[in-house]
Design a protein around this ligand. Structure first.
Ligand code: SF4
Ligand code: SF4
Length: 121
C-alpha cells in the first residue's frame, strides 16, 4: 500500500511544475507593498537622527557633522519604523530585498555640501 502511494507521488512530481524557481536566473516579482529595504532621498535629509533613535536593531547611524546616513543592511528587519517617523519623509520602503552576500552590507550616503552645489551652478 505504501509503495503504491510512493509511486503515485513520484509520478505526480515528475510531471508537475517545480515548486521552487531557478534563482537567480528567474527573478521574483515582489508584490507592490513588500517591505524589502530602506531607500533614502539624502538631499532631503536634515540629519535629525530620529530614524536612528527609532530603529529597534541599531541598523542606522546618522552623522550630522559628516552629513552621512549609514545603514547596515543585514541588521535591518524591514519594520518601517524609521520611514514612519522621519519628519522630512525622505525614507521609504523599497519592495525588493538586498542582494545575497557573503559579507555584511553597509551602505553609506553622503549629502553634498550646499556650498559645493552652489559653486557648481
Ligand atoms: S529621520 Fe529622516 S531627516 Fe532625520 S536623519 Fe533620519 S532620514 Fe534624515
Ligand atoms: S526598517 Fe526598521 S530595522 Fe530597518 S532600518 Fe528602519 S527602523 Fe531599522
Amino acid at each position: 500500500m505504501t509503495i503504491m502511494k510512493f509511486t503515485k507521488s513520484v509520478i505526480k512530481n515528475l510531471f508537475s511544475k517545480p515548486a521552487t524557481r531557478v534563482y537567480p536566473q528567474e527573478k521574483r516579482i515582489y508584490p507592490e507593498r513588500t517591505r524589502g529595504h530602506v531607500d533614502i532621498d539624502i538631499d532631503t535629509c536634515i540629519f535629525c537622527g530620529m530614524c536612528q533613535r527609532k530603529c529597534p536593531t541599531g541598523a542606522i547611524q546618522v552623522d550630522r557633522n559628516e552629513k552621512t546616513w549609514t545603514i547596515q543592511r543585514f541588521s535591518c528587519i524591514q519594520c518601517s519604523s524609521c520611514a514612519d517617523n522621519c519628519p522630512k519623509k525622505c525614507l521609504k520602503m523599497g519592495n525588493s530585498y538586498p542582494e545575497p552576500s557573503a559579507s555584511q552590507t553597509v551602505d553609506i550616503y553622503q549629502k553634498k555640501e550646499e556650498t559645493a552645489l552652489k559653486a557648481a551652478e
